[in-house]
Design a protein. Structure first.
Length: 280
């Protein structure tokens, strides 16, 4: 993985942690998720004509990824209802690389260098301290189970998209089309929910929805582009540096208590990122 690709993936990681923060800060996390995906879909609809659609060969991947992403969104909202950002976010993002590595070898037939494998494993080791950190708190234990389940959804759509973007012939078009498809059911849910809300609710929610949608779209678009320039598992592992950003945002913005276990996990994950970097 070159330095330029690494920088792009790290920027995407920061954007990803930011839009998760925006969801966690809202009282209704499911409505927040719906609003964010709806805004991302609106932005995608406006930009897609400028870059063109992906090749027809990517259609099955888009369909499968849309289903996995919808499940991810539902689980994400449920997780943030009961768990801290600095706890649940690292678990969701930290477990996925190991699953993606297995998927990329089995499905994509993509050989991995020894350093890349080692880096992916180091990143995943960081989640163990978070699981131990959750054992004594019931809410954290529930959040842990939801987060680990969501990691499976993350690994599923990441592997699917890693294959789909390569046959699309247009990474930007693939990403924008995906967000447009995901937005449709979420937008219907948001409209139905907002109709029952107090007048003025939509007006207050629009600014952060657009910001979150732009962060979400930009984050995944950058990751998909990177997957055309570097191994899928390597990109997925480096992208999980967003865990460090998530822990920092949870502590600085949400004033969450960051335990030694959480801080240790973030440090281990960052070490893993740089091991992956050395295996380019």
């Amino acid at each position: 993985m070159s330095g330029g690709v690494l920088a792009v993936v790290l920027l995407g990681a920061l954007l990803h942690a930011t839009w998760n923060l925006l969801i966690k800060r809202r009282a209704n996390t499911r409505l927040a998720t719906a609003g964010l995906y709806s805004a991302a879909g609106l932005i995608a609809a406006l930009v897609l004509p400028l870059v063109g659609p992906p090749a027809a060969a990517s259609a099955p991947y888009l369909a499968a990824s849309t289903a996995a992403e919808l499940l991810y969104g539902v689980l994400l909202a449920a997780t943030y209802e009961v768990g801290d950002l600095s706890h649940a976010y690292p678990l969701m993002r930290g477990t996925a690389p190991l699953l993606v590595a297995v998927g990329s070898v089995v499905l994509v037939r993509e050989p991995l260098k020894g350093a890349t494998v080692l880096g992916v494993l180091i990143v995943c080791v960081g989640i163990l301290s978070l699981i131990l950190d959750a054992r004594t708190e019931r809410r954290s234990a529930v959040a842990t189970r939801l987060a680990l389940l969501n990691a499976c959804a993350i690994a599923t759509y990441t592997t699917i998209d890693g294959m789909g973007v390569r046959v699309s012939g247009n990474a930007a078009g693939y990403s924008l089309t995906l967000f447009l498809l995901i937005a449709v059911p979420w937008a219907l849910y948001a409209v139905r929910t907002l109709r029952r809300s107090e007048p003025g609710t939509l007006r207050r929610e629009i600014p952060w929805m657009l910001l979150g949608g732009a962060c979400s779209l930009g984050s995944y678009g950058l990751a998909l582009w990177a997957m055309t320039r570097a191994p899928v598992a390597a990109v997925a592992a480096v992208r999980e540096s967003s865990i460090a950003f998530g822990v920092l945002l949870g502590a600085l913005v949400l004033r969450e208590r960051v335990t030694r276990a959480r801080a240790l996990a973030a440090a281990i994950i960052l070490i893993g990122v740089w091991v992956v970097r050395s295996g380019r």
